[in-house]
Design a protein around this ligand. Structure first.
Ligand code: 5GP
Ligand code: MN
Length: 342
């Protein structure tokens, strides 16, 4: 994919192109597409819309394009209505991409993650600019602002803004977008990825008048009754393996339908088993859209990125990764259990 942009000094975990390079790239572009990953989450949407708002202020023609719909609990985000859903408006999306002279790739690092949209983008010639915090990116971009130590892509967008010399453009709307990604990707500021820097950025965001409790409320306290009952079912049927360290939740299509599953309803469910003393590895399986969507979470040195890459065609971070399986739900779970108890 796009080998012309291969950089022999490519770092596995960090590469932030310098101020001169990123400033020149941003100065030169006029029409910009921002794409983020399939099943966009708070960090994907927050970082994309924050960058969108910044580029608008810099007088660029810009659109955010998502591979498929974002969940309802993110619909309050500023400018979310301007986002183009590739699955729904493929023609419009392709037309805008074709006009663009720069394409940002946010919160993911392989075009394979965005399926058909990725194939289309791979066939285009405009430079790609990757801003992300996942490990081991594919080498399809020309510009990189990439750091696996960042707690979220929103943290990197904040740095990017500062590095461009545009911190003065930070306003309440951009701050709300960035706070959403910081909050959701750190499990409300409780994961080990949280540092002094995370909270320093939050302090800067607060100066704009952004209200964190409103954002917590909008993202977390908007469950439907069905979603809450689905969570109840998930917790009741959670399995803990005989190692007493591994737990999993598996939801069949029938169960999801019973509780009238809506996009985003299972967001965060994978983390619940950690509340059980001793659990250091959680897996979540959901049967949907003709395949099994998988999430893995771990504590400490257990590398679920490696596990997901090796066994479930996925990837992510050391402590949070995802993957897919085309086996049945039961076979997928059996494969997982066998691997964990090996
Ligand atoms: P989640 O479990 O929340 O869907 O994803 C956890 C992390 O793993 C996220 O950072 C996400 O970007 C990454 N991830 C999820 N699914 C996949 C996948 O199928 N492939 C890859 N490479 N990464 C994934
Ligand atoms: Mn992220």
């Amino acid at each position: 994919m796009g080998e012309q942009y291969f950089n022999p000094n490519f770092e596995a975990n960090m590469r932030r192109d310098n101020k001169k390079v990123i400033s020149a790239a941003v100065k030169k572009c006029k029409t910009v597409t921002i794409v983020t990953h399939t099943n966009p989450d708070g960090d994907a949407m927050g970082s994309s819309l924050a960058l969108y708002l910044l580029l608008k202020k810099l007088k660029k023609k810009v659109k955010v394009i998502v591979p498929n719909a974002f969940p309802e609990f993110l619909a309050w985000l500023p400018e979310s209505k301007s986002v183009i859903n590739f699955q729904k408006d493929e023609k419009k999306a392709k037309k805008f991409i074709a006009q663009s002279d720069l394409l940002f790739v946010l919160d993911f690092n392989t075009l394979k993650r965005i399926d058909e949209l990725g194939e289309f983008i791979d066939g285009t010639s405009m430079p790609k600019f990757l801003i992300d915090h996942h490990q081991q990116p594919d080498k399809f971009a020309k510009y990189f602002y990439y750091d696996a130590k960042a707690c979220s892509t929103c943290e990197l967008i904040y740095d990017f803004m500062v590095e461009l010399g545009q911190k003065k453009l930070l306003d309440k709307k951009i701050a709300a977008c960035l706070y959403t990604g910081l909050m959701t990707d750190t499990g409300s500021f409780r994961f080990p990825s949280v540092t002094y820097k995370t909270h320093s950025i939050v302090a800067e965001l607060l100066k704009t008048g952004m209200v964190p409790s409103d954002i917590h409320g909008a993202v977390y306290d908007t469950y439907s009754r069905d979603r809450m009952k689905l969570l109840g079912h998930a917790l009741n049927t959670m399995h803990i393996l005989p190692d007493n360290k591994t737990a999993y939740i598996a939801l069949s299509k029938d169960v999801l339908e019973k509780y009238n599953y809506q996009k985003g309803d299972t967001e965060g469910m994978v983390n619940y088993p950690f509340s059980v003393n001793g659990i250091v590895f959680c897996a979540f399986f959901a049967e949907w859209d003709g395949y099994i969507k998988i999430s893995f979470r771990s504590k400490g040195k257990i590398d679920v990125n490696k596990f997901a890459r090796e066994h479930f065609s996925g990837g992510g971070h050391i402590n949070a990764a995802g993957g897919k399986s085309h086996l049945s739900l039961q076979e997928t779970v059996e494969k997982f259990v066998a691997l964990r108890l090996k």
